[in-house]
Design a binder for this molecule. Structure first.
Ligand SMILES: *Cc1c(COP(=O)(O)O)cnc(C)c1O
Length: 339
């Protein structure tokens, strides 16, 4: 049995999702004729109370489009040093938008208003013009931790009063919503743009949606085309996204519960030297240096796949990770013994 805990992107569509895809009503979306894509964009925009949405091939593209639309050459954005937009998007902030990045050192990727306040440049030609604040929720490299709505509102008010755009990398926003019982509408009210992945915990094979005002999405559509993201009969993929929104949101709690069980087990393993707080579906931990090699061998030999973040190990639970898998993982964590 192979148990894949590398990422929540590895899930395979089930029969229900495949049927929804195969029976999708499609057209050429670059010609604005794919009504399944339009349905998906409207559906997700209305969940968040935003004016419009734009379906794109990836979350990297939705983030990069947002950065391009909100900024001009030579501007600066502010984000946490763990953020996906900085670490995992191929240097796109610089190469796609010519924008510099002010990296802040938040708490497991969660920024405070004070940190953001003190990193905003005054209007002086010596400095890049601070134009955009980007948050990530949940924070991937921070172990899937969530922002409180209070701090989002505080940062949002600060941005509005200081002419800063406010973008959310909400790749795993539904994990945060299920965890915290925050309202999606409050996200829509407070951010200028939101990027949402359908291909993470929601289990669609491909796709992300960018949300914002009508004007913002109008501009975003131009940028999407120039990035090569205009898709033709994309309704086959959008249908998977609609199915995911209808069927795979509430079940995220199961992923969180299973991650918590793994987290609690690891807290009681004497070979674990540190572990990040576990709020959603991600568990990030470190093994004592001298045992790291044999621990990884133990996982490898027993068919457990994981990802490495530097010296840390990451497990991500998802809809293809079952209770049987969980039991096997727990047993293997128990059977690893220090010599
Ligand atoms: C996965 C992810 C993205 C987007 O990744 P793609 O693979 O390009 O869809 C963006 N932000 C975060 C935090 C992610 O985890």
């Amino acid at each position: 049995m192979i148990i894949d805990l590398r990422s929540d992107t590895i899930t395979i569509p089930n029969k229900g999702m495949l049927n929804a895809m195969m029976s999708a009503n499609v057209g050429d979306d670059v010609w604005e004729e794919d009504f399944t894509v339009k349905d998906l964009e409207k559906k997700i925009a209305s969940i968040f109370g935003m004016e419009a949405g734009l379906f794109c091939p990836s979350g990297t593209m939705t983030n990069q489009i947002a950065i391009r639309v909100h900024t001009k050459l030579g501007d600066e954005l502010v984000c946490d040093k763990l953020s996906h937009i900085y670490n995992y998007e191929g240097g796109g902030i610089a190469s796609n938008s010519g924008v510099s990045t002010r990296l802040l050192d938040g708490e497991n990727g969660i920024l405070s208003l004070d940190q953001i306040k003190s990193s905003t440049n005054p209007d002086d030609p010596h400095f890049p013009r601070t134009k955009l604040v980007c948050l990530e929720n949940t924070v991937n490299k921070g172990g899937g931790v969530c922002y409180s709505m209070d701090s989002i509102i505080d940062i949002s008010n600060f941005c509005r009063n200081n002419n800063l755009f406010f973008h959310l990398d909400g790749a795993r926003i539904f994990n945060a919503l299920v965890k915290t019982s925050q309202k999606p509408i409050d996200y829509g009210k407070n951010f200028d743009s939101i990027s949402i992945c359908l291909s993470k915990g929601l289990g669609a094979p491909v796709g992300s949606v960018l949300l914002g005002s009508e004007d913002f999405i109008y501009e975003s559509k131009r940028v999407r085309k120039s990035f090569g993201g205009g898709m033709r009969q994309a309704g086959y993929l959008a249908a998977a996204g609609i199915y995911a929104l209808d069927n795979n949101v509430n079940r995220l709690k199961e992923d969180h519960d299973r991650a918590k069980i793994i987290y609690e087990k690891l807290c009681n393993c004497n070979y674990v030297t540190s572990i990040l707080p576990c709020e959603t579906n991600i568990v990030i931990f470190e093994i004592s240096n001298i045992y790291m090699r044999s621990f990884c061998d133990h996982l490898d030999m027993n068919g457990i796949k994981y990802s490495l973040l530097g010296s840390k190990i990451r497990f991500v639970t998802h809809l293809n990770f079952t209770d049987d898998h969980l039991n096997k993982v727990i047993d293997l964590l128990s059977s690893f013994k220090l010599i």
